[in-house]
Design a protein around this ligand. Structure first.
Ligand code: NAP
Length: 300
């Protein structure tokens, strides 16, 4: 039976560590870290995620606020909000909440964010720094997965890793981070042939296809480490019961086979939020002259 990589527990450790770092530096900095979320439209899931991020900010001492535009907002209006936040000294981090509704151009909005405030790590400059292995703000979901794997004692050096998905948000930066940890990485996508065969060879499998239940037990090599990034709201099992969350992996089939597995919910999701907090505190520390000294080390 697989060992569960518990994102809730590790994220709580991060929060404790960040709360201490913020409290220690607050007097010197003169103001708390600030995170602004730019939201466009009324996508229900986005509303839930934004609310969770705001609560998490409150727990560690980050001031957060939301700039909420209607779905009818123009590209120019949203760009102007981002430019104001770039110039706002109370704002250390800017998060453009995805998805951005059509016909707005999300790429152009992400490009407008000051790279020093790009706490989602999606600006081309920060992605370029990642590719070059230079310090910079890292994409939250893959960075959170790397932390979970490290904390779980998973050795990446030399292992055969498969990432399903090649988005800029998850798959691409995940592949690069794993490669930098000396794994041998394959990145699969919707045109990959014989995906099941690739999966069965993988010692580490990261499922980020956005396809509920894509990976079943017959695709998983016994003893593999399985990371499930997908989040899908499944219909309530019976009338009157609540909707449940499920991932890209069929958990009940895979848990008995894998050596380690992330649950959904409670695996990757909380770590994505923890990394957002970490990036925001890091950006604040840089701006307030705290230098590049690392934040308080993680409790183990
Ligand atoms: P995305 O932009 O839709 O990308 C999905 C990727 O998966 C694409 O590269 C696509 O290939 C590939 N793909 C789709 N169907 C496939 C299939 N049947 N076989 C192989 N590859 C397939 O999604 P995303 O933003 O990366 O997010 C992926 C999932 O992670 C979603 O469920 C999302 O909700 C979840 N997510 C969770 C967190 C978290 O904190 N837990 C954070 C971010 C995202 P092509 O490139 O060929 O189209």
């Amino acid at each position: 039976m697989a060992r569960r990589l518990n994102g809730r527990v590790l994220a709580a450790h991060y929060e404790t560590s960040l709360r201490t770092s913020v409290a220690q530096r607050l007097a010197t900095a003169g103001c708390p870290p600030g995170l602004a979320v730019v939201r466009v439209g009324d996508d229900g899931a986005s509303g839930v995620y934004v609310g969770r991020k705001a609560q998490a900010c409150g727990r560690v001492g980050i001031r957060s606020w939301i700039i909420h535009h209607p779905a009818t907002a123009s590209q120019q209006e949203v760009l102007e909000s981002i430019c104001r936040l770039n110039a706002d000294p109370a704002c250390d981090g800017i998060l453009v909440q995805l998805p951005i509704p059509a016909p707005l151009d999300a790429r152009q909005l992400l490009l407008a964010v000051d790279p020093a405030k790009d706490v989602d790590g999606l600006h081309p400059l920060n992605l370029g720094r990642l590719v070059r292995g230079e310090p910079g703000l890292r994409s939250c979901t893959p960075a959170g997965i790397m932390a979970l794997l490290a904390h779980g004692g998973v050795v990446l050096e030399g292992i055969r890793a498969l990432v399903i998905g090649r988005s800029i948000l998850v798959g691409q930066p995940m592949g690069i981070m794993l490669q930098q940890a000396n794994a041998t990485v394959t990145v699969a996508h919707s045109r990959t042939r014989n995906l099941a065969d690739h999966c069965r060879q993988a010692e580490l499998l990261v499922a980020a296809a956005g396809q509920p239940g894509l990976v079943g037990g017959h695709w998983v090599r016994p003893g593999a480490v399985v990371v499930d990034v997908g989040i899908h709201r499944a219909p309530p099992p019976q009338q009157g019961t609540r909707a449940t969350l499920q991932g890209d992996v069929r958990f009940a089939e895979v848990e008995p086979l894998a050596s380690h597995i992330t649950p959904v919910p409670g695996g990757v999701g909380p770590m994505t939020v923890a990394m957002l907090l970490w990036n925001t505190v890091q950006a604040w520390q840089q701006r307030c002259g705290g230098g590049t000294a690392p934040l308080a080390p993680l409790p183990r």
